[in-house]
Design a protein around this ligand. Structure first.
Ligand code: AMP
Ligand code: MG
Length: 321
């Protein structure tokens, strides 16, 4: 059931149930991090592998002390700059954090989200929330209450409607190795923006197909429709013609009668706006019963990097030359 009642959401959460909540990145499937029952349900409903740890959502910077046993100065600096916001920090965990949250690791991922509804909930609840994206494992992330309802309406008691997600792409994940910041997952805050604050950061190899390389399964965020990424759109269209083709484009419609539908992510050519519209456009394309979705490769800077990363995981790479 879609609802705007924050207190009802709190009541379900207080009683070991899981509910879907809006955040500024994507909708989350939330539960009490200390409730074994709730955490079990999150994995069950999402069909998420148990070796894929969850992000803990807190309502303040102070609350990190309850979650992490050691917080390097550079982590406080990042929190001061980017929280509340789409930056997740991986830190050594407190012994009180259940293994089911961290997949048995001695580190824990934590962030303070920036959406009034989840912040209000975290302020009234006596526990932090685990909240992975509210979609079946591997499928397109939800950026509206309706997207969540399409996946899970009969499986969860409540979907809190907080409008469309402003960032629309998952959080950037940073860990610390020898007190140096390491980027584990590209996300809603660009590398450029982070480096402006703390200087050059190391970047993990995103090609690893292991869940311990955070959020970085090679196939993820994927539509049901066969999808490819293309640098040369006319080559790709010529290759698939006369199939029923949908296009996912950055800023410019193309003039081609072979194409059934086109989605433009930002007419203004703004990468942040494009990121915010990415998943909703993929949901729409996926509902059109297309033979193929052709996604344009984005400029490889700022948020374009995170968009290309998600597109790579959502598509099959093909060379049209
Ligand atoms: P999401 O599925 O968007 O909620 O993101 C969760 C991601 O955070 C997962 O892909 C995890 O791999 C990553 N993550 C969570 N906890 C840890 C951890 N302790 N160490 C490394 N990565 C983590
Ligand atoms: Mg997810």
């Amino acid at each position: 059931m879609i609802s705007k009642d924050i207190y009802q959401a709190a009541e379900w959460l207080n009683n070991d149930a899981i509910v879907a909540l809006p955040t500024e990145t994507v909708y989350g499937l939330a539960g009490n991090i200390y409730s074994e029952k709730a955490i079990r349900k999150i994995f069950e409903v999402k069909k998420r592998p148990h070796n894929n740890p969850l992000i803990v959502h807190v309502g303040s910077k102070e609350a990190v002390k309850e979650i992490a046993s050691n917080v390097p100065n550079i982590a406080w600096q990042l929190m001061d700059k980017f929280w509340p916001g789409p930056l997740t920090l991986v830190l050594p965990k407190q012994s009180t954090i259940p293994d089911s949250i961290t997949a048995g690791k001695n580190t824990v991922a934590v962030r303070m989200p920036n959406h009034p509804d989840i912040l209000q909930l975290l302020a009234i609840l006596p526990f932090p929330l685990a909240a992975p994206s509210a979609n079946p494992f591997g499928s397109i992330s939800p950026t509206s209450a309706k997207h969540v309802a399409n996946y899970f309406d009969d499986k969860i008691p409540l979907i809190l409607d907080g409008g469309n997600c402003k960032n629309g792409i998952e959080s950037t994940i940073i860990g610390f190795e020898n007190d140096q910041a390491v980027l584990y997952r590209l996300g809603a805050i660009s590398i450029e923006h982070i480096e402006k604050e703390i200087g050059p950061i190391n970047i993990k190899n995103f090609e690893e197909n292991t869940p311990s390389a955070p959020g970085m399964m090679l196939s993820h965020y994927a539509p049901k429709t066969f999808s490819v990424i293309a640098t040369d759109l006319s080559d790709a269209i010529a290759f698939y013609k006369p199939k029923k083709i949908g296009l996912l484009l950055f800023n410019t419609k193309i003039n081609n009668k072979e194409v059934f539908h086109q989605e433009i992510l930002s007419v203004k050519g703004n990468l942040t706006e494009a990121g915010a519209n990415l998943y909703a456009a993929l949901h729409r394309l996926d509902a059109l019963d297309l033979d193929v979705i052709i996604a344009e490769k984005f400029p490889d800077n700022e948020l374009g990097k995170a968009i290309n990363d998600r597109l790579k995981r959502a598509t099959v790479t093909k060379d049209f030359k």
